[in-house]
Write a protein that binds this ligand. Structure first.
Ligand code: NAD
Length: 295
């Protein structure tokens, strides 16, 4: 495969995603602010870069997987930004979860500089990233979507075209608002069962075969010891940080206010996760919200 991809952001999600592109035979040059992250990707066959500009050499496609919109803005347009260093008419694919309006403005600025942009946030968590089974939710022009799709298919199983630039982020934020509600609700139900002497594993099995069934029970149980390979059974390390969920819930509330959407459940989830983050749990996985129901 002759396509060269410059990949930025090798954190909980990005490291596995970049690795899957290497396995698929792409030439992947990688850059992260944390040197050790770059090294771990070089060990599996990626080309390490010391600077963002170096990663751009010969690349036609950029993929970024960064915490928030400000990081994407500064990587693309800041001093030594990618926009100055990549070949003309490159396709930028941003997989981070960022504000929809920020994605729209980034897309416009890239177009003005002779490049193309799709927003392509993901769902599926760190396990989905590792297994290459992520869901990609893409916003952008049809032709750009068609170019991005065969690349994304090496990191994900379901690739959706949600609409114009920014639409991917709107869809993603609706999904994550629901995820936060489900994680808090599942935690609350499990703890009430425990408070009444039930075994959380048995209770989880019951709900999995009953009408309370949902993604958190299927793949991401918040109660330690119920599932082996999830963050809750690893002291809530790895996974999806509370700080990032709070960022997403903030984006959801902004999106709600734009068109007067009524989101009482989302607003409550935001307060619960904010309280939990402010209490010093920001770097833990978001399923640690379970701890706040314990007494
Ligand atoms: P993370 O904090 O683990 O990783 C982010 C990485 O970006 C870090 O390694 C950091 O050093 C790097 N970085 C920051 N600024 C940079 C820059 N200017 N240049 C290069 N590298 C830079 O975060 P994550 O969990 O991998 O999440 C990334 C994005 O994906 C976030 O927007 C998050 O909301 C979203 N997301 C995460 C999950 C999840 O389960 N973790 C699931 C879906 C979506």
């Amino acid at each position: 495969n002759n396509t060269k991809i410059a990949f930025f952001g090798l954190g909980n999600m990005g490291a596995s995603m970049a690795k899957n592109l290497v396995s698929a035979g792409f030439q992947v040059s990688v850059y992260d602010l944390v040197e050790a992250q770059v090294k771990s990707l070089v060990d599996v066959g990626a080309i390490g870069a010391d600077t963002p500009a170096q990663a751009c050499e010969g690349a036609q496609i950029v993929i970024s997987m960064l915490p928030a919109g400000k990081h994407v803005e500064s990587l693309y347009f800041g001093p030594q930004g990618l926009v100055e260093n990549i070949q003309a008419n490159a396709l930028f694919i941003d997989c981070s979860t960022i504000e929809s309006n920020a994605a729209i403005s980034i897309g416009r600025k890239l177009n003005d500089s002779g490049h193309r942009f799709v927003d392509a946030p993901v769902s599926g968590g760190v396990a989905g990233a590792a297994a290459g089974t992520l869901t990609f939710i893409v916003g952008g022009h049809e032709a750009d979507f068609q170019q991005a799709k065969p690349v994304l298919e090496n990191m994900g199983k379901n690739i959706f075209h949600a609409g114009a630039v920014g639409a991917g982020q709107v869809a993603k934020i609706c999904n994550n608002m629901l995820l936060a509600i489900l994680m808090a609700g599942t935690s609350e139900a499990l703890q009430m069962a425990i408070d009444n002497g039930l075994d959380p594993k048995v209770m989880s099995d019951i709900m999995l075969q009953s009408s309370g069934r949902n993604w958190t029970l299927e793949l991401y149980n918040p109660c330690p010891g119920v599932m082996e390979t999830v963050p809750s059974s690893n002291n809530y390390q790895g996974g999806f940080m509370v700080d990032l969920m709070n960022k997403d819930l903030g984006l959801a509330m902004n999106t709600a206010s734009q068109h007067n959407s009524v989101t009482p459940m989302g607003a409550l989830a935001k307060s619960l996760f904010q309280l939990h983050g402010n209490a010093g749990n920001g770097k833990l996985d978001f399923s640690s919200i379970f701890k706040s129901f314990k007494h």
